[in-house]
Ligand binder design. Sequence first.
Ligand SMILES: Cc1ncc(COP(=O)(O)O)c(C=O)c1O
Length: 389
Amino acid sequence: MYDFKTMVDRTGLSSAKTHKKTIKKYFNLDYNEDTISLWVSEMDYVMSPEIKEALTSRISKGILGYTSSDSRYYGSIINWLKSRFDTEIDKNWIVYSHGTVSAIRNVLRIFTKENDRVIIQPPVYGQFKGVITETNRKVANNSLIKTETGYRIDFDSFEDLAKQDDVTMFILCNPHNPVGEVWERDDLIRLLDISKKYGLIVFADEVHAEIVRGLEFTTTAKLKYDNVITALALSKAFNITGLHITHLIIPGESIRERYSKYIGFTSISPLAMEATIASYNEAGNWLDEVNDEISSNFKFMNDFIVERIPRLKFNIPKGTYLAWLDFSDYSIPTQKLMERFASEASLVLESGLMFGKEGKSHARMSIATPRDVLKEVLNRMERFLIDIE
Ligand SMILES: Cc1ncc(COP(=O)(O)O)c(C=O)c1O
């Protein structure tokens, strides 16, 4: 039994989640004495004791010099893919990256040219658009279609976009942040076949892969397309986002060589290596328990909303620890609602508009927090929403 009841103490750590200036600067939201911050995709639980012990033990040696990736490291990744995702990979396909967004930036620079268009499926993680525009590429939006129970992919419009000459890349998000859909094997094959047919490079962002409920997760690494780069990370599953530890799985030899040549010689940090080994070899039980805790938080939240805030629309997502809240029954504009939540209810949520215009009237909130905190959040939400038209 691990401890998911204690709120982690971020005092004095300049943690982005509770950083007043960051929150004011990027979202124009107030941060009060009693604010509960729920915007960033990060858990409020301490990391697994296995990872903490591995990192502490490595530091205690007093040397953090240049480090060569060894067989313990590669073995841990290979075994993880085999045991969690029933996926066999070759050691040579693994390419370390300091973070996922930086890997997307590299892929954009290597495999597309300026003014090319890149397909994303909003509402989706805002940094996709961020890196596309920052590298002078353009966004080709294939908006998800909202249904009663969640979202689905518009395959016809996906193909219409994919066949355009200037569309050269697709960024897949699975599980899909912020809506929490988990795309299954048939959908993935359909998307990847179309991408292959029209010569698109695909970046499959699977950083939330380990946080799923009620179904098996299919990693694109299992499907072995030679135009697909799959990104798996320790950040979300093991709550060590700040270490930016991402592993790219690239079965296609030609694109792997182009990627590696672009990156040039590099070596993994000793802490990234130890964290990888400890997470994949030893922290599986912690992850299973965290998944159970998150599922029961979602159930609690759903029951609460159905009973006490019925105008708020919400479905338990299939993946991620992110709740996607639909406030469209309230007439207040999205940003105004976020500002009032922050100043009047002391709750910092992330506006749905950060994920594209499709996120209008929505907000995203991390629910990977102790149950008592979640209760307090929902109570505040209920009290605040009573007065909103
Ligand atoms: C879908 C998705 N991709 C990437 C990231 C960020 O990854 P990294 O910190 O490894 O760049 C996040 C963080 O929230 C995310 O949700």
